[in-house]
Each structure stands twice: as C-alpha cells, then as structure tokens.
Design a protein around this ligand. Sequence first.
Ligand SMILES: C[S@@+](CC[C@H](N)C(=O)[O-])C[C@H]1O[C@@H](n2cnc3c(N)ncnc32)[C@H](O)[C@@H]1O
Ligand SMILES: [Zn+2]
Length: 346
Amino acid sequence: MKLGSEGRVCLKERLLQYLTCPACGGAFQLQDVEERDGIEIIRATLQCSACAKSFPVVLGVPRFADLLQIEADKAATAASFGWEWQHFTQQDTRYAEQMLAWLDPVTEDFFRDKVVLEGGCGKGRHTLLAGHWGARDVVSVDLSDAVESAFAATRGSPNMHIVQADLCNLPLAQAFDYAFTIGVLHHMPDPFAGFKSMASKIKPGGHFSVWVYGAENNGWITSVVSPLRRQITSRISPRALLHLSKLPTAAMYAATKLVFGPLNKSRRGSRLARKLFYGEYLSSIAGFGWREQHTIVFDHLVAPTAHYVSGKEFRKWWDEIGAKETVIGWHNKMSWRGFGRPGHNN
Ligand SMILES: C[S@@+](CC[C@H](N)C(=O)[O-])C[C@H]1O[C@@H](n2cnc3c(N)ncnc32)[C@H](O)[C@@H]1O
Ligand SMILES: [Zn+2]
C-alpha cells in the first residue's frame, strides 16, 4: 500500500499511518478494496501484517468494535447515542464558539498543522471544525453508529477520518500532537480508563483537552434527573423519548428566550442572569434555536450511564498521568475542562 506523498491529493488511505492493530500493535495492509468514491474507500478489509487479524471497512468507516460483542453497558450507551446522532444531524454556526469554550485555553490557531485525535465524535461537528481550522489530520473515534453521520458530514474532506472503536481499545499509534474529548468520558463505565487510553496515544510533548460533567452544583440533576434517566428515559424507545423530551425543552426554551436572551443584551442584565439558577449555562445556550435545545435535553435524558465528576477526582486523573502545565477550569459553574501535557510514561 502506498501513502500519497505530501502536496499530492492524498487518498484517505493516509489514515493508515495512524492505525495499529488493537490485538498486537502491528501495521495494517489495505486489501480487497471493493468500492471507492473519490478519495473515500467505502468497502475494503484492513489486514494486520503481524497477526493476520482483519477488520472491515464498511460504508467508508473502519470498524474495530462489534456492538454485538462488547460489554452490555457500553452497548446500551452506543445504542442510545447511535440513535441520537443519526436523528439530530443538524450543524449550527454557534458550535465553534461553544467548542472553544469547552477547550479553553485552546484557540482556533492551535489546531493548525497538528495531528489530532478526537474521542467520541458523535455526528462529527467538532471533527469538521478541527479540520477547517487547519489540523493536518483529525482522526475521530466513536463507538456508536453515530459514525455514519460523522462520515456523511466529513465525506470527501482529505484531513478528516472517522473510525468506529471503543476509546478503551484504540486501534491507534502514539502519533497525535493533540487529543480532545468533549462530553464523552462521563458516559463510559470507567471514565478514567478512557482518559488514560486517549492520553497514551499522544506523542511526548503533545497536548490533551477534556470536558466532563461536574459533580458540584449539579445536585438537583444527580438527585432528581439522574434517577429518572436511569430508570425511565434511557430505557424507553428513543422515538418515545424524542416526543417526551419536548416538554422539558419547552420550559428551557421559554427561559432562554424570554429571560436569559433579553437579560444578556445589557451588561447589567447579563450580570443578573448569571446569578440566576443555572444562569451561566442557560445564558451560554440562549442563542440556540429549538432544535439544538431539543438535542441538548434529549442528550441528557437518553444516556444510560452518566457520571458527575468532582473537581478533586478530575485533578487526580491529570496527576495520575503525570500531566504538566495543566490548566483546569470550572466551566459554566457546572462542568470541568482540563488542558495539559500528559507525562511521557502514561
Ligand atoms: C454526548 S455524545 C458527545 C458527542 C460529541 N463529542 C459532541 O459533543 O457532539 C457522547 C459520545 O460518546 C460516544 N461514546 C460513548 N462511549 C464510548 C466509548 N467507550 N468509546 C467511544 N465512544 C464512546 C457516544 O457514542 C457518543 O457519540
Ligand atoms: Zn495484529
């Protein structure tokens, strides 16, 4: 297999330089290419040159996770989010600002020329932004069938690659300048395992960004919403939840459009807005329309697993990977974001 040389229009075969066999760490050969579409390889086989294990490329996406074989809790999470991101496929111009707020102190320029790993890409909204901001390559991994939407969103973009895999069993080399994960680790049975696994794919000296739900200030969610989510909303059919979730969405939508949006038009008003219940957070989403707010509510209610991580625990994650220059921030007074350089031996 030949990789495209720099400067030439590279096939998305260039993804192969980042892939390694999850069983033995060997390199892959691309075989049995049955279908291509422009630069996309739609149907083929990836064959490990060391242990001869093979994995299919189906509908343009290399498949390293078999949802029928993985642990039941991960399969349930994948089923919920697979449905969500194949339904809510919209893009929104506000995603850029929202993403940079989750990744602060990272800015658009930070992506330029970097090889980037994204953990849990959903429909690929952040893959698109990272790619447009000049990343050399973005390799975005998700366990669920959300990869179908992510592939559709990034199809034909030479520097964006979608892979279906479990974050705890990444088929990737330690080849990344930067890795980020937004709203994913708290949905894993063992968030720290996902954190460590991603960190291990970052090159020495590279950077890592993580955003997770916080335990602090979310008491009413953990005591009222989470039991309902675990017992009811994550168990009913996604289509039923789609309709049911319109009720809380209507309440949130009314609050953002009638209270937070107008208050945020003046400096005095926005100071007041931030003092109200979930004021920082509701102010931050006030500009979104109905569909995006419906996505946010549905997203909170559909997940079978959701951990709310304390600041103490979050700091410990970074300490345990020997991270340097770590910057930890309390985002919207309800979540944690972290940025740092993992230690060499993670
Ligand atoms: C709340 S969504 C966030 C998606 C995306 N980061 C975004 O902000 O739009 C969580 C995503 O994590 C993925 N996910 C959950 N557990 C995973 C795992 N073990 N490995 C890879 N992805 C996982 C889900 O399939 C889902 O797409
Ligand atoms: Zn192998």
